[in-house]
Ligand binder design. Structure first.
Ligand SMILES: N[C@@H](CCC[C@H](N)C(=O)O)C(=O)O
Length: 274
């Protein structure tokens, strides 16, 4: 059985998108891992499954799976790519995505630029979630990171010089620290000035990616909380740049950046056994 898929990326963070409202394929960890595997499958950082929304205010229900097989509540770049996919299909300028982290309004700026409202950051230790009651602005870990949830858990390390950090070594070690009840995405941030920063993120369940949208949001939120940044920042990642705005009135975090279709195709479901 041949299943259509769409390969997209948001500044290098790449996704395989499957419209399951049409196909209804059965998913399990093994099948997800195989689809995401760059050696044997199509290959991507995250698999995105679209289906009919349960909420009548939403246009589509979106689920994100890391290449490791686990499900994530939020994915910023993935949400922007789904906005690009919807725009391509329906030629509208506004959509609402239903995700496991809530309803996310998206705005089409132009054919390749999408703005997602990622909602309000959560800073209480239980909401991140951490495994115990600690100050989320200064976690009791070496390097003094700050934690926040953008619908998924993030820890942000502020460093003087990003070129001295090995995000693979440190990320691997920290992702599953017992302080993070459900693991965490580990971000490393070098402030350039109050409105720009360089960021690299070791993603939970996916490793070092070229960009992480929710990680960019978390970096700006934590930089503002620490007094390092203004609420409007350019975040420079290995794959490109994002504009992040943390709105003072609504407390929502807005993310704007480019999305691109890489290719579309079909895969034979029989090669992806359950
Ligand atoms: N690439 C993403 C985040 C994907 C999920 C993350 N790895 C997690 O497990 O929370 C983004 O752009 O936000």
């Amino acid at each position: 059985m041949n299943i259509p898929f769409y390969k997209m990326h948001g500044i290098g963070n790449d996704f395989v998108i499957i419209d399951n409202s049409v196909n209804n394929i059965e998913l399990n960890e093994r099948r997800i891992k195989t689809l995401c595997d760059r050696r044997y499958g199509i290959g991507c950082d995250q698999l995105i499954i679209l289906s009919k929304p349960k909420d009548s205010n939403a246009d589509i229900y979106v689920r994100f799976f890391n290449e490791g097989g686990d499900e994530a509540g939020a994915c910023g770049n993935g949400s922007r790519c789904v906005a690009g996919w919807l725009h391509h299909k329906y030629q509208r300028k506004e959509f609402t995505l239903q995700t496991n982290a809530g309803l996310l309004p998206v705005e089409v700026i132009d054919n390749h630029t999408m703005k997602v409202n990622m909602g309000q950051p959560r800073m209480k230790w239980q909401d991140i979630p951490l495994s115990r009651d600690v100050d989320t602005l200064n976690l009791p870990l070496s390097g003094d990171p700050a934690a926040v949830s953008m619908g998924n858990p993030h820890a942000t390390f502020f460093v003087e010089d990003l070129s001295t950090v090995d995000p693979v070594f440190s990320g691997k070690m920290l992702e599953k620290d017992p302080l993070f009840a459900e693991g965490a995405n580990i971000g490393f941030v070098q402030m350039l000035d109050r409105q720009s920063m360089r960021v690299r993120v070791w993603e939970r369940g996916a490793g070092l990616t070229l960009a992480c949208g929710s990680g960019a949001c978390a970096s700006v939120v934590n930089a503002v909380r620490r007094g390092f940044a203004d609420r409007y920042c350019e975040v420079k990642m290995d794959g490109g740049n994002l504009i992040i705005e943390w709105d003072e009135e609504t407390n929502n975090v807005l993310m704007t950046g480019a999305v691109h279709f890489s290719f579309t195709g079909q895969f034979d479901l029989d090669n992806y056994p359950l």
